[in-house]
Design a protein. Sequence first.
Length: 454
Amino acid sequence: MSAHGIRADGPAEDTDDLDVEEALALVREHRQLGEPGGDRGSTPAGQEPAPADGHRATPWPRAREIAARAARSGARRAPVSVPLADALGLVLAAPLDALTDLPSFDSSAMDGWAVAGPGPWSVRDEGVLAGQAQPEPLTDGEAVRIATGARIPADTTAVLRSEHGRTDPKGRLHAAREVGHGQDIRPRGQECRTGDQLLPVGTLVTPAVLGLAAAAGYDAVTVVPRPRVEVFVLGDELLTKGLPHEGLIRDALGPMLPPWLRALGAEVIALRRLGDDADALRKALTLSDADLVVTTGGTAAGPVDHLHPTLDRIGAELLVDGVKVRPGHPMLLARIKENQHVVGLPGNPLAAVSGLLTLAEPLLRTLAVHPAPEPYAMPLRETVQGHPHDTRLVPVAVRGDRAVPLHYNGPAMLRGIAAADALAVVPPGGAQQGQETELLDLPWASAGIGACFT
C-alpha cells in the first residue's frame, strides 16, 4: 500500500508479488550470471544464451511492474496545500469535509412564488432575489415573487412554480395545481451537514471535485504533490533550431518530453542539454533534487554512451537494464537514492516514447498516488507483424470498434505516433487481423491537450 493506504501498485496484470528489493536481488543475481548490468560472465547450462551485448533484458510486463513499485520504496512525500486553480489532476491527501451545511440556508429550487398557507394569496410588491439578505417572514395568505437560489422567507409553506400559478384581475395569486408542503424548497443541509465527509483521501481531483470543494467553502485543498522531474538531453549531434545539416539532426525529444511528462502529471522543473559530456552528466545527476531524472540517449554501449558508467560511478542501483520491447529495448531504470530515480530513454524518438510509457509512466503514477488504469483491448483492423521474442508497441488510431495500425512506426519515426490515439501492445510473434490486443492510451487522446491526469 502507498501513502495514506491508497493502492497504486501498477498494472492489473500482477503476475508476481515482486517488490523493489526483490528486483534488486534479481539484478545482483543476474550480475553473477552475466545478465543485466553485470560482469557479463558465462550463462549456466540450460538457460537461454545471453545476447551478444552480454545481458538479458526484462520482459515488458515485468519492467512496468518494477517501475510502478520502485517509487513505493522511497520516503513518503509530504502533502501540500494548493489553491483550487492548481489542484486539477492531483490526489486528495486529506478528506474533503464539509465546512458548512449545504445548502447553508433554505432556498428556492425554482423561479416562482414563496407562499404561506392555503391560497389564493395576496402578493407583495417587491420580490426576493438570490444573494439578498433574509427577507421578511410571510403571513398566512401571503406570497412573494422569488428567484431560484434565493433565501426562503420564514413561515413559507412551499414554492409555487411560475408555470403553475396565475393572478386574477384583483392581483391575487391562484395555484393551477395542488401545492404540497415544502414543495420546491431546498432545505438547509439537504446535501450535507457541517463535518460530513464529502470525499475520502485518495480521490482524484476532477473538475467536479473542484466545484464541490468551492461550494463547500474551500479555497485550497491538501493533495499529494506532483512528482518533480528533470529532463537531460544528451548528444552532441542535436540542433535546437533550423534544418538538419552536415550530420546534425534536430532535437525532437527536448520539445516533446516536457509537455508529455506534464500530461502524465509531473512538474517539469528543468530541461538541460548536456551533450556527450560524462562529467557534465555526473554533475547534473548528483546535484539534481528531482524525484525523477529522465535522460535521452546514451543508454547503449557506444563510445559516447556515458549513462551506464556514470550511474556506476555515483553508486546507483539498476532496477531495469534493458526491456524486451521494440522499439526501445535499451531503456533503463535506476535508483540513485531512496527517493530519487533515473529513467534512461533511448535516443530514437519512438523508442523514447516506448521507454516513457514503459518505465516513466508507471513510476510517476505511483509517486502521484494515481490508480493504475483499467487495461482494455480492441480488435486490430490489420495483421501486425511481431518480434520473435519481444513485445512490440505499435501506434494505432481508434476507428469505431477497431484499432488501425499506423505506418511510419520505426524507432526513429514520429509520424505514426503523432497521428495515434494509443499504442497497441503486440505480443511476441505478432497479432492477426481481428485479434483483441491491449491498448495503452496516450494521455491526451480522451482528456484533451494539457490534461494532467489519465
